[in-house]
Design a protein around this ligand. Structure first.
Ligand SMILES: [Zn+2]
Length: 137
């Protein structure tokens, strides 16, 4: 497997954060999803005045990738923070973890980035242990 450029993926998530549509929470999030074929899909959170239709950055990136025929992934980077605040490590919500479970193996690398050089890495299995997924049906 090719070496993953964590800094490049973190920067792509940070760049995607700039596209966030978050007038209600004022919490901007960007994500960058690396496919096994090397393609990177980015996403941002997109809020709705009705609140519940809001979509997170991670799922935006995932849905873009899957809708273009990509279902195998090696890593996802996430960057998020309230408007104007110092960046902090922003972890995927429970809905995104479950949605990723549909396609992600336990060894998917999850990068939570404050900056392109200040980030933490986790395995997906660490973030969603004892999970329910396609293999359980
Ligand atoms: Zn989410």
């Amino acid at each position: 497997m090719e070496k993953i450029d964590y800094e490049q993926l973190a920067q792509a998530a940070i760049d995607a954060k700039a596209m966030s549509y978050s007038p209600y929470s004022k919490f901007q999030v960007g994500a960058a999803l690396l496919c096994k074929n090397g393609k990177i899909y980015t996403g941002c959170n997109i809020e709705s005045a009705a609140y519940s239709p809001t979509n997170c950055a991670e799922r935006t990136a995932l849905f873009k990738a899957v809708s273009e025929g990509n279902r195998e992934f090696t890593a996802i980077a996430i960057a998020g923070a309230p408007d104007g605040a110092e960046p902090n490590y922003c972890y995927p919500c429970g809905v995104c973890r479950q949605t990723l479970k549909e396609f992600a193996a336990d060894d998917l690398i999850v990068i939570v980035a404050k900056t392109a050089t200040d980030y933490r890495t986790h395995s997906f299995g660490e973030l969603l242990p004892y999970s329910f997924g396609p293999d359980d049906l």
